[in-house]
Write a protein that binds this ligand. Structure first.
Ligand code: NDP
Length: 257
């Protein structure tokens, strides 16, 4: 009985930014729990390669259905309409697409600031609104925003990223404030440090690598598949009265000084 709480059989999920890294791992985790998943990214070839490794649960990207830019509100609306027309109602949305740009704040170019905000924050509003407008009349839906350890804590050279992820935390609460009464659950996952392309410069920096292992109670980097438990929980019936929360999956970093 308890295990059924986490069953996602037949549910359609859209995971943004899922051609690699955390998004791809979350797509795999949702599929393992029974969901059908539409992958998203800007590059159709990379999407096709990612889909090839996922088996039956992935909705075929052969027609480019999931290839769209989450920072373009018109493209987002058109894509969500297309996905719902072809594949059915989106019951789970994971707003995962995001980028990192590192430069000291006094040197940070204005256009790069805008790129970070567009990709990490505006997209959560654009895709969240387009999907929620369809979930609301149906009276149900699960939205999971990918926040960050940086929703709580800053580090040098990534102030814009930190600002964007702090805003994702508060947008999650704002979505909860407006949409919970319609039967939607909107929560966030705050990953700590995971070994993905986004963090390659940090992984390749022995000083940072040693600092992080010392700073993390678990003593290591996260493995992307370790985010799936929180995602399946927040996508499933098990979290039907959980709303506006951020679950930090960080090996304990935020719990210690
Ligand atoms: P990656 O760089 O490995 O992957 C990012 C994904 O997003 C790619 O699939 C990329 O595909 C897609 N993407 C980027 N821009 C857009 C866009 N405009 N429209 C559609 N898709 C886009 O990143 P991670 O997997 O490391 O990060 C995923 C999320 O997790 C991000 O929000 C990140 O901030 C967050 N996070 C990551 C942590 C980590 O330790 N790695 C820690 C905390 C949070 P394409 O370029 O082809 O469009």
């Amino acid at each position: 009985m308890t295990s059924n709480l986490f069953d996602l059989t037949g549910k359609l999920a859209l995971v943004t930014g899922s051609s690699q890294g955390i998004g791809l791992a979350l797509a795999r985790g949702l599929i393992e729990a029974g969901a059908r998943v539409v992958l998203n990214g800007r590059d159709p070839a990379r999407l096709a390669a990612a889909a090839a490794g996922l088996g039956d649960g992935v909705v075929s990207p052969a027609d480019g259905i999931g290839a769209f830019d989450v920072t373009d509100p018109d493209a987002v609306e058109a894509a969500i309409a297309r996905i719902e027309a072809k594949c059915g109602a989106i019951e789970i949305l994971v707003n995962n697409a995001g980028i990192q740009r590192r430069t000291t704040l006094e040197e940070f170019p204005v256009e790069t600031w805008r790129e970070v905000m567009r990709t990490n924050l505006d997209s959560v509003f654009f895709v969240g609104q387009a999907v929620a407008r369809r979930m609301i009349p149906r009276g149900r839906g699960k939205i999971i925003n990918i926040a960050s350890l940086q929703s709580e804590a800053a580090r040098p050279t990534i102030a814009p990223y930190t600002a964007s992820k702090g805003a994702v935390k508060m947008l999650t609460r704002g979505m909860c404030a407006d949409w919970a009464k319609h039967g939607l659950q909107i929560n966030a996952i705050g990953p700590g440090y995971f070994d993905t392309e986004l963090n390659r410069p940090l992984r390749e920096n022995p000083v940072f690598d040693a600092w992080l292992r010392g700073r993390t109670p678990a003593g290591r980097w996260g493995r992307v598949e370790e985010l799936c438990g929180a995602a399946v929980f927040l996508a499933s019936r098990a979290s039907d009265f959980v709303n506006g929360q951020v679950i930090y999956v960080d090996g304990g970093v935020l719990s210690v000084l």
